[in-house]
Design a protein around this ligand. Structure first.
Ligand SMILES: Nc1ncnc2c1ncn2[C@@H]1O[C@H](COP(=O)(O)OP(=O)(O)OP(=O)(O)O)[C@@H](O)[C@H]1O
Ligand SMILES: [Mg+2]
Length: 507
């Protein structure tokens, strides 16, 4: 016991050592998922200058082995001892600009959240060092094991004959193994989720936008997943915005992704949605040193009633780049999966977010908008094609049938003096558009798409639409091709389109 006088207070110190087993057990519960844990190890490989990271996950009858092998600089025995120390180089240590580490914990906490035995083997200048933490053997002291070999796996065999680099092996896996009730199929499913998560988190490295890193999972190289669909020509990139803080700046770039109809196939649309899907993946993508820490969500912005992830704003995504030096201000957590904007940035970010959400809603609802020209269906004559217009005043938007639409004009003409009847009917319909009902239906259905007519409805629809199209094309000022008349009535589904054309020919 020491005693120490501070002012007039006399303090006595009592050393209280953590209980290794209890502390380890608690650290295991930090809340990593297998994919966030692997991402943490990839951060380390990047910091060690690796060009390639190979990951293997083997099921082994419910007793899985996970291996991560990189070709980075590797560690000497002394360096490995420091690497295996809990709380080695903590937040106060100065780090290189591209070092994604911060807490001196990731290697240990991320690994032991998934397994009970962590073995690290590292080769530097032809010398191999190896240390292991075994949760069940830590006992009362902090004694790591120094085994002669790594758990036998495919990458362990390769490590034997490779150059500088580090092999991390997770064995006695509980979280991903049979112990947690997983079966082989569920394990494989998790591997797909891991692939998707890593392809997203490290997309700038995988694509070479940042320093290039190749990552493979079970021998399949990951392709970058770009959250902003920048290769799609209908993606709208809004101007970059720089938000200056007390000592450094963050960059924000909003994107409005294309409407569902602009994707060539359902599959492409789903892919572009990303892990968890379109609704989940809207919002801010926070990058810390080019690596994504948080993919989507509105960062608690939006005022008293913070914005939620809504169907209608699902096409809004904003890239936000933070320098690693802003960790403190953004309260980056140990798992590097949560970031919170500091007060000085909130106003600007909220402005950007509101603008991006508004534009995204416009694209989302393009069929109801006057300028619906962003949708494929009205590419050629967007201004005149759509029979609906939205009047959004201050209160609730109103939906009106356009009186100058060729179909309406044709019917007015045909009715002659009786056309007031049509006007009455349209007005009554407009007053009673079941907006809430439609909204609920679309939200519940989840897709935000309107049902297309089914086979049994087609014959009936075709007959009535055909006579309307006929009278539209009979008008003197029509002069429009059948094609665009059909489009202007929303007749785009191939089967219905064919049926109407056939009927028009018969009339
Ligand atoms: N694959 C690797 N190659 C070389 N050195 C490594 C590797 N993995 C870890 N290290 C070394 O071990 C140290 C500890 O890693 P660990 O992930 O526990 O903490 P950190 O990266 O410093 O911080 P954080 O907790 O934020 O990840 C690293 O700082 C690095 O020096
Ligand atoms: Mg780390």
């Amino acid at each position: 016991m020491n005693s120490n006088a501070v002012g007039d207070l006399s303090l006595r110190h009592v050393e209280i050592k953590p209980s290794p087993q209890a502390l380890l057990r608690s650290l295991r519960g930090l809340g990593y998922s297998p994919e966030t844990a692997l991402a943490d190890l990839i951060d380390n490989s990047l910091a060690a200058g690796a060009r390639e990271v190979r990951i293997r996950l083997e099921w082994r009858d419910g007793n899985p082995l996970v291996e991560i092998l990189d070709d980075g600089a590797g560690m000497s025995f002394d360096q490995l001892v420091e690497a295996m120390r809990f709380g080695g180089a903590g937040p106060d240590v100065e780090r290189k600009g591209d070092d994604l580490g911060r807490f001196g914990l990731g290697l240990k906490t991320a690994s032991l959240s998934q397994c009970r035995e962590l073995t690290v083997a590292s080769r530097r200048e032809s010398v191999v060092a190896r240390l292991a933490w075994d949760v069940d053997r830590v006992g009362q002291g902090w004694h790591a094991d120094a085994p002669d070999g790594s758990p036998p796996g495919e990458l362990a065999a390769e490590f034997q004959s490779s150059g500088n680099g580090t092999l991390v092996s997770w064995s006695k896996m509980d979280r991903l193994g049979g112990l947690w009730g997983l079966d082989r199929d569920a394990f494989n499913e998790r591997i797909s989720e891991i692939r998707a998560h890593l392809a997203m988190t490290f997309h700038r490295f995988l694509s070479g936008e940042a320093r290039r890193l190749a990552i493979s999972v079970n021998d399949r190289t990951l392709a970058a997943w770009d959250p902003f669909c920048r290769r799609h020509d209908a993606t709208m990139a809004l101007p970059r915005d720089i938000i200056r803080g007390p000592d450094s700046a963050i960059t924000a770039r909003p994107y409005i992704l294309p409407h569902r109809d602009r994707f060539a196939s359902e599959r492409e649309w789903e892919d572009a949605g990303g892990p968890g899907g379109w609704v989940e993946r809207q919002g801010f993508y926070v990058y810390r040193g080019d690596r994504i820490v948080s993919a989507g969500g509105w960062l608690g912005l939006g005022g008293a009633r913070a914005w939620t992830r809504e169907e209608s704003s699902r096409l809004a995504r904003i890239a936000l780049d933070l320098p690693v030096s802003m960790d403190e201000a953004w309260r980056i957590d140990i798992r590097k999966s949560v970031a919170r904007p500091p007060a000085w940035a909130r106003g600007r970010l909220a402005g950007l977010g509101a603008d991006c959400r508004r534009r995204a809603r416009e694209v989302f609802a393009w069929r109801g908008s006057r300028s619906g020209g962003r949708g494929r269906r009205s590419d050629t004559d967007g201004e005149t094609s759509w029979p609906w217009e939205t009047r959004s005043g201050k209160a609730v938007p109103r939906y009106r049938v356009r009186r100058d639409h060729p179909a309406v004009a044709a019917v007015v003409e045909a009715l002659g003096t009786e056309s007031m009847l049509l006007e009455g009917l349209l007005s009554a319909l407009e007053l009673t558009v079941p907006v809430e009902r439609i909204w609920l239906d679309v939200a519940e259905q989840g897709g935000g798409e309107f049902a297309q007519p089914i086979a049994t409805e087609i014959a009936e629809l075709a007959a009535s639409l055909a006579s309307l199209v006929r009278s539209m094309s009979n008008r003197d000022d029509a002069g429009v091709r059948l094609d665009s008349l059909l489009r202007s009535l929303g007749v785009i589904q191939p089967a219905l389109r064919e049926a109407v054309i056939r009927k028009v020919g018969e009339i």
